[in-house]
Ligand binder design. Structure first.
Ligand code: SF4
Ligand code: SF4
Length: 58
């Protein structure tokens, strides 16, 4: 998985859906970060992201 940082609006929709907390919100900046080491490529965040910032890279 990769995140297109140009598309991400930091809306937070993916944070609650990600089972491994690979997508998480920084409480201080309110920005959403993506930790690819935690990602299990379940793809749940792809349809959950309004601007489709999460992309599957094969
Ligand atoms: S759902 Fe998409 S736009 Fe919203 S914070 Fe997550 S990656 Fe960014
Ligand atoms: S593919 Fe799954 S584990 Fe990876 S960031 Fe998206 S929801 Fe989280």
């Amino acid at each position: 998985m990769v995140r297109n940082d140009d598309k991400c609006t930091h809306c937070g929709a993916c944070v609650t859906i990600c089972p491994t907390a690979a997508l998480y919100k920084d409480p201080q900046t309110q920005e959403v970060y993506f930790d690819s080491d935690k990602c299990i490529a379940c793809d749940l965040c792809v349809p959950a992201c309004p601007p489709r910032a999460m992309e599957v890279k094969l």
